[in-house]
Design a binder for this molecule. Structure first.
Ligand SMILES: CC(=O)SCCNC(=O)CCNC(=O)[C@H](O)C(C)(C)COP(=O)(O)OP(=O)(O)OC[C@H]1O[C@@H](n2cnc3c(N)ncnc32)[C@H](O)[C@@H]1OP(=O)(O)O
Ligand SMILES: N[C@@H](CCO)C(=O)O
Length: 351
C-alpha cells in the first residue's frame, strides 16, 4: 500500500544566516559579525501569523524535529503543515553557529580561548537579527527549555507585543547559585584536562567527559537512577551507574566541544532577566505576551519554584507541571504530558 501523500510532505530548510553587522556584547566586547545555523519547517501564512520559534537546551541543535520528535512534526502538536517552525542553534554552540572554533575575522585564526563571554541577552539579540532577516514581524509562540528557556524569556522581554505566547519549560528568570555551582564544577573538570589551553579542537575532550558525568547528576533525579541503574546482584565494585556516567561522558565528548560547553555554561551563569531592570519580579511584570511556565516536580536544577516564580510575576501567566521520575531532563522525554499541557493551554487561549 502506498502511504505517501502530497499532503504529508513538508518543506524543510537548513541554512546559515551570516550577519555582517558587529554584535556588541554585554561584556563590553563584540563579535565582528556572526553566523547562526537554523532550520525552518512549513510555510509562513500570507498574514505571517503562524511562527513557532523553538529554542534548544545546552547541547541541543537546530534539528528540533529530531530532539523533540514527540512535539514537532507532521501530525504532532507543532505541525509544520500548520505552522512555520524555526529552530536556530545558539550563538556559541558547536552545531553551526559562531563559536570558539570559528575563524576570528580579525586574525584569520580560530578564536579558541579569545572567544568572548556571551550572556543569554547576547544570544537573544543574535536570534533577533535572524528574525529580522527572515522578515518575521510577529511570533506566535516562542518556546524553549532549560538554557533555551532562559534565552526565550530574555527575547520575549525585548520583543514585547511582537510575541503572543511565551512557553518556558524547566527554566527560570535568574540562574541560581546552585546551578552556577554545578556549572563551575563542570568547568573545573574541563580545566583539569592537561590538553585544556592548547589551540586544538580536541582541547579539554577528556575533561568534558567528567563534566558531563557531573552534569548528569543535576539533569536527572535519584529516582530514575534507582530505577534504571539498580544492581541485580550483590557486588563491591563495577556498578552499573559508574559505567552509565562514563558512557554518557564519552557520548557527549564525541559530539560536543569543550570550548563551546565552557562558553554556553558561562552564558547560563550570566542569566538574570532583572539585571539593570530593577530586579527579576519587575522585569517579569513588564513582559507583554501570555506566558506558560512549565515546571517539573523532580527537577533538582531548575526547581519548580523557579518556574512558578515566572508565572506568578508576569501579568498573564499560567503554571503547569510535569510529573516524572526523570528530573530536569523530563522536558526532553515526557512528550505525552507536554502535549497535554500545550493542548490545554492553546485551547484556553482560543488558539
Ligand atoms: C547532534 C545531536 O545529537 S544534538 C541533539 C540531541 N541532543 C539534545 O538535544 C540534547 C538533549 N538530549 C539529551 O540530553 C538526551 O538525549 C535525553 C535526555 C533526551 C535522553 O538521554 P539518553 O542518554 O538517550 O537516555 P538515557 O539516560 O536513558 O541513556 C541511554 C543510553 O545510555 C546507555 N546506558 C544505559 N545504562 C548504561 C550503563 N549502565 N552503562 C553503560 N551505558 C548505559 C544506553 O545503552 C543508551 O545508550 P545510547 O544512547 O547509545 O542508545
Ligand atoms: N540534557 C540537556 C541538559 C540541559 O538542559 C542537554 O544536554 O542539553
Amino acid at each position: 500500500m502506498n502511504l505517501t501523500s502530497p499532503y504529508l510532505i513538508t518543506d524543510m530548510t537548513q541554512e546559515i544566516f551570516h550577519c555582517e553587522e558587529e554584535l556588541p556584547l554585554e561584556s563590553g566586547e563584540s563579535l565582528p559579525g556572526f553566523d547562526i545555523s537554523y532550520t525552518t519547517q512549513g510555510h509562513l501564512t500570507p498574514q505571517k501569523d503562524n511562527v513557532i520559534w523553538v529554542l534548544h537546551a545546552l547541547t541541543g541543535d537546530a534539528n528540533v524535529h529530531e530532539w523533540w520528535s514527540g512535539l514537532v512534526g507532521e501530525d504532532k502538536f507543532f505541525d509544520p503543515t500548520k505552522y512555520f517552525i524555526v529552530c536556530a542553534n545558539l550563538l556559541g554552540s558547536c552545531y553551526g553557529s559562531t563559536q570558539p572554533l570559528s575563524k576570528n575575522p580579525k586574525t584569520e585564526k580560530p578564536y579558541y580561548y579569545d572567544f568572548p563571554n556571551l550572556s543569554t541577552r547576547d544570544m537573544a539579540k543574535a536570534f533577533d537579527q535572524l528574525r529580522q532577516h527572515l522578515g518575521i514581524q510577529k511570533i506566535d509562540t516562542i518556546i524553549g527549555g532549560s538554557l533555551g528557556g532562559q534565552v526565550a524569556l530574555e527575547w520575549s522581554y525585548n520583543l514585547q507585543e511582537q510575541v503572543r505566547k511565551t512557553i518556558i519549560v524547566a527554566s527560570n528568570a535568574k540562574t541560581s547559585p546552585w546551578t552556577i555551582g554545578f556549572n563551575e564544577a563542570q568547568r573545573m573538570a574541563i580545566e583539569s584536562d592537561n590538553t585544556w589551553g592548547q589551540n586544538s579542537p580536541d582541547a579539554g575532550k577528556k575533561g568534558l567527559e567528567a563534566a558531563r558525568a557531573i552534569g548528569m547528576l543535576s539533569y536527572r533525579h535519584q529516582e530514575i537512577f534507582h530505577t534504571s541503574q539498580a544492581e541485580t546482584e550483590e557486588k563491591t565494585d563495577h556498578f552499573r551507574v559508574s559505567s552509565y556516567l562514563r558512557y554518557q561522558g564519552q557520548k557527549l565528548s564525541n559530539r560536543f566541544n569543550a570550548l563551546s560547553y565552557w562558553v554556553l555554561t558561562k552564558a547560563m551563569d550570566s542569566h538574570d532577566l532583572g539585571r539593570g531592570r530593577g530586579g527579576t519580579a519587575k522585569a517579569l511584570s513588564e513582559i507583554k505576551s501570555k506566558v506558560l511556565s512549565i515546571g517539573i516536580n523532580t527537577d533538582l536544577l531548575f526547581t519548580k519554584e523557579e518556574s512558578q516564580f515566572i508565572s506568578k510575576n508576569v501579568p498573564n501567566g499560567t503554571y503547569r507541571e510535569i510529573s516524572s521520575i526523570y528530573g530536569h531532563d523530563a522536558f526532553l522525554v515526557e512528550n505525552e504530558q507536554l502535549n497535554y499541557i500545550l493542548t490545554s493551554f492553546y485551547l484556553e487561549n482560543n488558539d
